[in-house]
Design a protein around this ligand. Structure first.
Ligand SMILES: N[C@@H](CCC(=O)N[C@@H](CS)C(=O)NCC(=O)O)C(=O)O
Length: 222
């Protein structure tokens, strides 16, 4: 049976997994879960993920959730381009970079947080946007600064991606983070290292094809 990815065009976490699937050359079907219409709360989806969130990857008869856990699982199970380096220190640096977005910025800008801010705490639309922009900007700043640390700088001598010449999970987190920041009005042009990596990544077909603009239901952010 072909793998099925439960995904939504605006989901940064699902975007990471779409790039991983493309890099691993895994053919999959997409099943849209419209997060803005509450489809993540339908019983049929909750059976796959009691956290009511995407991505979920249905592989064989198992449902996998949590984008970074999925990416690491795919990396261990499938041949093709490695998504994490083999050396322990490189792998640590890859995970450290990835978690700035996946663990520290992204979790506070998701629809459930925005709904809570607006519904329970009386934030208006522009206050919710400012709140999200604040955390996405912090993530950009941290990633940009980290890339100027010696251990990351040495990669940049060997190639255009976060870890130099080889694309890794860190890049899979970077791409959606930058666009997510833009969606909330952050001026990302000031993060020169991030933009230069993004530009190089976008030249890869596997990255380009995972872009939300190709996702069913895509709505161009204003
Ligand atoms: N840590 C999870 C985050 C999953 C997550 O929160 N996904 C968001 C979309 S990016 C979602 O489905 N949110 C549903 C909601 O907030 O109601 C991962 O990396 O997979």
């Amino acid at each position: 049976m072909k793998p099925v990815l439960f995904s939504f065009w605006r989901s940064l976490a699902a975007w990471r997994v779409r790039i991983a699937l493309n890099l691993k050359k895994i053919d999959y079907d997409l099943s849209v879960v419209n997060l803005l219409e509450g489809e993540q709360f339908k019983d049929s989806f909750t059976n796959h993920n009691p956290e009511h969130s995407v991505p979920v990857l249905q592989l064989d008869s198992d449902s996998f959730a949590q984008s970074l856990a999925i990416i690491e699982y795919l990396d261990e199970r499938y041949d093709g381009k490695p998504l994490l380096p083999s050396d322990s220190m490189d792998r640590y640096l890859c995970r450290r970079f990835s978690l700035i977005s996946a663990a520290d910025s992204h979790p506070v800008i998701v629809p459930r947080v925005r709904r809570l801010l607006a519904g329970e705490y009386g934030f208006n639309e522009s206050q919710v946007t400012d709140f999200c922009a604040y955390f996405m900007r912090r993530g950009c700043e941290a990633m940009e600064k980290l890339l100027s640390h010696d251990e990351y700088l040495s990669y940049q001598k060997t190639g255009p991606y976060v870890l130099g010449g080889t694309i890794s999970m860190a890049d899979l987190c970077l791409i959606p983070h930058i666009q997510g920041a833009r969606n909330f009005g952050v001026d990302v042009s000031v993060y020169e290292r991030l933009i230069s990596i993004e530009t190089a990544l976008c030249e890869l077909g596997e990255v380009e094809q995972a872009h939300p603009k190709y996702h069913p239901g895509f709505v161009k952010p204003q």
